[in-house]
Design a protein around this ligand. Structure first.
Ligand code: SAM
Length: 544
């Protein structure tokens, strides 16, 4: 993710108080409270716009609560009896009655930790994963899938109304709000997982009370929720593909063997060798069979130490690539300063909308390939391309060019902009592999555009904008409002910033005397990540 200097948010800051503040007894305000937290989080300079409130539970106080619905970030939303005061609880599910302890004050609501369930949630199911209750990845695995997607759709509607300032009536009258598109495949859908090594297994309190002891053994797994230094050991992850799980199990079976002298990296002492294990699954372009890349991230380059693990994983026919990213920094990222190929190829392939994409260890690619097909089809439909090869597409936040390239076949030219230089290199490579000559990819920071932005491409007929969580910068909003392209397809992974940007584009920015000039035609939530709180949306805007 790009590091964004604080001053870039000056323009956004003054507009944030416009998010309506509703009485705490209103449910809509609850998810808005959390959305506000997210908007402030993404814009660190923003002022504190918290509402004073007469009732506030004390920190440490215990309360009996009922979870009413799921709010932004998948937190359970509850109200204190009699006062209607809002509290949020991680992992509380709709219908669940429980005892919670207040842990912190947050604007006009408080956060609680669940101590004990009194009545189980509605729509509860048995979570198939043994780690579901502790691992930070799947927060809602024990909620039926129908209830999960219902909750996601409600959140989007709530944010579009209360942050985006679109009325329920206009959403309904014009059929703007579309029903969420579910994901047909609810497990094993992730093509990429990153596990971390650590010196001690982390165990949740419940297991420690049962007498389990984790502190004595090394861990390979996922970070315990909220901890950068604690690893929940995981032998299998139900979100990743079957072949990737086979590889994970094989590594778990042998990496602690003392004869291999392999040590996990300790993020506190900065000693140790093995940092992360990244597993990516693609497909062979002709056979369609799965291809796995194994990426060992280590603190130094010692291929002889990795050899036993490399030999073990290379024995799987699906493993076609083993690479080693060497990251000598004390930071905890998986991108190395050097990359060495230890077995097979340095990249794997994937097919999306009939195009082939080369995926190297650190290149960005949609993590749910199956649902990316669905998402890209929706984007293409929204783009409403005539197909006569006359139109120009501007692909903002283009990553490795996947959206633009899937549209390139039916337009005159695609111009893609992206901040990460490696992604631009990959986008150009992807264009070449697919013999696409009418696409130009440019590296640049869309938070820092000036009046010259737009001089190097003709006026687009269609703008695709797919920003990451912070959404679009005010400079880009202003640019788009001046550009007046006939259509904007806004793809978003954060419904809160999406609702804010839709408001700017359609209703303008009053404080800056900027008028909106777009009409929201449709907003389509898409579930890309079952069992997690993440929500993707595809929105179509047309010039008024
Ligand atoms: C959600 S991804 C979308 C990628 C691509 N459209 C796709 O579907 O694969 C957002 C992209 O925006 C890029 N990005 C983030 N901040 C940016 C900025 N300030 N300027 C340009 N690109 C940025 C990220 O590197 C990332 O590739």
């Amino acid at each position: 993710m790009a590091i964004i200097p604080n001053q870039c948010f000056r323009h956004l800051r003054i507009t944030l108080p416009r998010i309506p503040k509703l009485p705490s007894s209103s449910f809509s305000s609850l998810s808005c409270s959390l959305a506000q937290e997210d908007l402030e989080h993404t814009h660190p300079d923003s002022p504190n716009t918290n509402n004073p409130t007469s009732y506030f539970p004390k920190r440490g106080q215990t309360l009996e609560l009922v979870c009413e619905s799921l709010a932004f970030k998948g937190k359970g939303l509850c109200k204190v009896t009699d006062t209607g005061f809002v509290v949020m609880c991680d992992r509380a599910l709709p219908g669940e009655r429980f005892i919670g302890r207040v842990t912190r004050k947050k604007g006009n609501y408080a956060e609680v930790t669940k101590l004990k369930t009194i009545t189980p949630p509605r729509d509860v199911v048995d979570a198939p994963c043994e780690y579901a209750l502790y691992c930070g990845g799947c927060k809602t695995q024990n909620l039926s899938y129908e209830a999960q997607i219902r909750a996601k759709e409600e959140q989007v509607r709530d944010l579009v109304i209360h942050v985006g300032r679109f009325s329920q009536k206009e959403l309904e009258l014009h059929g703007i709000m579309k029903p969420i598109v579910p994901c047909d495949i609810q497990f094993h859908y992730r093509n990429k997982m990153e596990f971390s090594f650590g010196p001690n297994k982390w165990l949740p309190k419940e297991l420690l009370l049962e007498g389990h002891n984790g502190s004595e053994s090394y861990a390979l797994g996922l970070h315990a929720p909220g901890f950068f230094d604690k690893i929940l050991n995981v032998d299998k992850c139900l979100l990743q593909t079957g072949p990737a799980n086979k590889v994970l199990e094989a590594i778990q079976d042998c990496w602690r063997d003392p004869q291999f002298c392999l040590s996990p990296y300790n993020v506190r002492s900065h000693l140790g060798f093995l940092k992360h294990l990244m597993l990516r699954t693609g497909r062979h372009v002709s056979t369609g069979l799965p291809e796995v890349m194994v990426n060992f991230v280590t603190s130094s380059y010692k291929p002889e130490l990795l050899k036993p693990l490399v030999d073990k994983v290379a024995s799987f026919p699906e493993v076609v690539s083993v690479v080693n990213n060497v990251n000598t920094s004390v930071g905890n990222t998986s991108v190395g300063e050097e990359e060495h190929t230890l077995y097979g190829k340095s990249s794997i392939a994937e097919i999306l909308r009939g195009l082939t994409f080369q995926i190297s260890a650190n290149s960005f690619f949609q993590t749910n390939t199956h649902q990316a097909e669905v998402l890209y089809k929706l984007i293409e439909e929204c783009a409403g391309i005539r197909g006569d090869g006359s139109e120009v597409v501007l692909d903002l936040f283009c990553g490795t060019g996947t959206i633009g390239l899937t549209l390139a076949r039916s337009v005159r030219h695609v111009y893609g902009y992206e901040v990460v230089p490696q992604a631009i290199t990959d986008a150009c490579l992807n264009a070449k592999i697919n013999d696409i000559q009418n696409a130009t990819f440019v590296q640049g920071d869309l938070n820092k555009i000036d009046e010259n932005f737009g001089n190097n491409f003709p006026k687009p007929d269609i703008v695709i904008s797919d920003p990451n969580r912070p959404g679009m910068h005010m400079k880009l909003i202003k640019f788009l409002l001046n550009l007046k392209a006939p259509r904007i397809v806004y793809v978003s992974c954060n419904p809160a910033t999406c609702a804010r940007d839709l408001d700017y584009l359609c209703h303008g920015v009053t404080e800056q005397n900027i008028e909106g000039c777009y009409k929201l035609k449709s907003i389509q939530p898409v579930d890309m990540f079952p069992h997690t709180p993440h929500i993707e949306c595809v929105c179509l805007l047309e010039l008024c």
